[in-house]
Design a protein around this ligand. Structure first.
Ligand code: F6P
Length: 335
């Protein structure tokens, strides 16, 4: 049987699910940009791309050279095609305006150009996360696109995905009807469908959390992790294993492949911030993917996709993965 490339998959989606041509084009452009990022990431020290800039992003994090480069690759790839009304990125304070010389389109693209970038210098997996929203009707309003156009709950996403730059480069995509995994064939330069129907098993014996923050967690998280660590002799009655890559893309990819629970809870280090991860370009796209694969995702109290964002770079606590464990830790919060 012939191989199904990303292009063919998208064309078939247009036939079977009426995926609009401009959304198809958008996904293809993002995928092309991810190939370019993958190429840069793989050069490492040979490409002079390792190390940090002297700048900080809007989150106050030191920018890596590859953060900045990946952001530029995504902006340049997407600004001219006429499919977007605007973009927003982890690396930019404000919404990115499509230059006046190009036509504007119906969609908004939100992304984390290089997630887990502290892993770059040690040659461990990193990735790109993206979310696609429809641009609300601006009622004939011209001028710059404001932040408010982007502030839509995750349920409004029309597509989401991530690329993982690991031993293989893969693109994981949902258009709202299941989750597909494509592997980059470097000789052909195409993403090829290799994981047709990705599903997160309902139960698991694996969890992911940064344990070094334990003393800062809230009581329900402390209780839950204590129970996990108690293993067979504890109330959960089974032994659990722990993994933490410190790149959300890599941890979520493992969970999508073999199950597990990912947690980044809010904690008392910076009480004014509800967690570390960002809602719009980390938690929302990953939650959409995980739900589409049969898993669940909450902030401990409510479904992440139902949260009404109030700012572009808003943070959120995240518990996502195998349904049974997400429900358990969420119930502990609600008690
Ligand atoms: O974007 C933030 C991020 O790099 C995630 O990809 C990752 O899950 C998390 O931070 C790692 O956090 P920590 O450095 O606390 O382990």
């Amino acid at each position: 049987m012939s191989r199904v490339t990303l292009s063919r998959y998208l064309i078939e989606q247009t036939r079977s699910h009426n995926t609009p041509a401009d959304l198809r084009f958008l996904i293809e452009v993002v995928a092309r940009a991810c190939k370019a990022i993958s190429h840069q990431v793989s050069k490492g020290a040979l490409g002079g791309v390792l190390g940090s800039m002297e700048t900080e992003n809007v989150q106050g994090e030191v920018q890596k050279k590859l953060d900045v480069l990946s952001n530029e690759i995504l902006l340049e790839a997407n600004e001219w095609g006429g499919h977007l009304a605007g973009m927003a990125s982890e690396e930019m304070d404000k919404a990115y305006q499509i230059p006046g010389r190009y036509p504007k389109g119906a969609y908004l693209l939100v992304f984390d150009p290089l997630d887990g970038s502290s892993n770059i210098d040690v040659n461990v997996s990193v990735g790109t996360i993206f979310s696609v929203l429809r641009c609300p009707n601006r009622n004939g309003q011209s001028g710059d696109l404001g932040e408010e156009a982007f502030l839509q709950p995750g349920t409004e996403q029309v597509a989401a995905g991530y690329a993982i730059y690991g031993p293989q480069t893969m693109l994981i995509l949902t258009l709202g009807n299941g989750v597909k995994g494509f592997t980059l064939d470097r000789e052909l330069g195409s993403f090829v469908l290799t994981h047709d129907n990705m599903r997160v098993p309902e139960t698991t014996q694996e969890f992911a959390i940064n344990m070094s923050n334990q003393r800062h967690w809230e009581p329900p998280v402390k209780r839950y992790v204590e129970e996990l660590l108690a293993g067979k002799t504890g109330p959960l009655g089974k032994d659990y294993n722990m993994r933490w890559v410190a790149a959300m893309v890599a941890d979520v990819h493992r969970i999508l492949t073999r199950g597990g629970l990912f947690m980044y809870p809010r904690d008392s280090r910076e009480p004014e911030k509800p967690g570390k991860l960002r809602l719009m370009y980390e938690a929302n796209p990953m939650s959409f993917i995980i739900e589409q694969a049969g898993g669940a995702s909450t902030n401990g109290l409510q479904r992440i996709l139902d949260i009404q964002p109030t700012s572009l770079h808003q943070r959120v606590a995240v518990f996502l993965g195998s349904k049974q464990e997400v429900e358990r830790v969420t119930a502990y919060h609600q008690e």
